[in-house]
Design a protein around this ligand. Structure first.
Ligand code: MTE
Length: 322
């Protein structure tokens, strides 16, 4: 039976490190007044119920499966996956399915900027039609010691890099989630450094496994999974998988993700799965296959070492597994 555990990355004040407290307090001072004003505005709440434009890429699903990526375990039931999520923009519980339906996913504009030949904006439907989509079966390992398997649809991140045409100075990709506190009540709370940000090295972004998901379970991806565009990096802990992306910036400096900004000692930049490196508060040696009660040993790079291990050679002095 699945036992719902306390989420590792919930940061109640009693667990927060001094730097997290500092950040929280500074954010609080900056946003408390506007947050209070928003919370009192009924117009903002009703605006959340605007109906989406029907998904203009629906006809592309189910996408043809790329048979190269195979699983060693069954797919996680769609209902389980769709009802046990982290999407702090819509609340800090795992039960954000209903709240996240307020996310408006059309029109959806994606900005490509930074160290690129020519910055541009592209609508999500134009982007999807341009790159095409395929289905891939991936296993994912959450930093909280549970795992799941998902049939994603989407396209390799490398295709986006080709379109972006980064210049030689680009060493990292910084990704950003939408920012709209009128739609996402979590963004009205001052405890997190919104918007959600994550980063990858250029080598990681162009690794063949690095995937941008637009769909799951043979249809456009559900809002709670980060519609209409989210990252899937199966060799890294789940918190790297930024949802509802609106911006890709090619940059020279290593970006600091939301969790790293809050709690760097526990959630680092690399976050590669490694059973031998314990989280400061629990072992990473094994994982629970969510929804089954089964436990299995966790594998280095979540079992995807053949694809990704080479990228980390020469970086042994880094905190690669936190
Ligand atoms: N992206 C955004 N924008 N907001 C979030 O709260 N949570 C992260 C990640 N991406 C999060 C996010 C965490 S902690 C996890 S484990 C995964 O999304 C969860 O993805 P899932 O709900 O699709 O399983």
């Amino acid at each position: 039976m699945h036992v719902i555990r306390r989420r590792g990355w919930e940061l109640p004040e009693r667990l927060a490190t001094p730097e997290a407290c500092f950040l929280n307090r500074r954010a609080f001072l900056g946003t408390a007044a506007s947050a209070a004003a928003l919370a009192l505005a009924p117009a903002a709440a009703s605006a959340q119920r605007v109906t989406d434009i029907p998904d203009p890429t629906k006809d592309l699903y189910p996408a043809k499966r790329n048979e190269k990526y195979v699983l060693d375990r069954p797919l996680t039931d769609e209902k389980i996956n769709g009802n046990y999520n982290n999407f702090y923009e819509f609340g800090t519980s795992k039960n954000v399915t209903a709240a996240s339906q307020a996310l408006r996913i059309r029109p959806w504009n994606v900005k490509i900027d930074g160290l690129v030949e020519k910055p541009f904006d592209i609508g999500i439907d134009d982007l999807i039609r341009k790159v095409g989509i395929e289905e891939r079966l991936y296993r994912h390992r959450c930093v909280e010691a549970w795992s799941m398997t998902i049939p994603w649809s989407g396209f390799p991140f490398a295709r986006l890099v080709e379109l972006a045409k980064p210049t030689s100075g680009a060493k990292y990709v910084r990704m950003e989630t939408f920012m709209d506190p009128s739609m996402a009540p979590g963004q009205r709370t001052p405890y997190y450094p919104w918007p959600y940000v994550e980063g990858l090295t250029m080598a990681e972004a162009t690794n063949e496994l690095c995937f941008l998901a637009t769909g799951a379970y043979g249809k456009p991806v559900a809002k709670q999974h980060g519609a209409p565009l989210r990252l899937a990096v199966p060799w890294k802990y789940g918190f790297k998988a930024i949802k509802s992306i609106v911006r890709f910036s090619f940059v020279a400096e290593r970006p600091k993700g939301l969790w790293e900004a809050l709690q760097a000692s526990e959630y680092g930049f690399w976050a590669n799965v490694n059973p031998a490196v314990a989280h400061p508060r629990w072992s990473q040696a094994s994982e629970e296959l969510i929804g089954t009660g089964e436990r299995r040993p966790t594998l280095l790079f979540n079992g995807y070492g053949d694809y990704v291990a080479d990228m980390y050679k020469g970086l042994e002095s880094e905190r690669l597994y936190v």
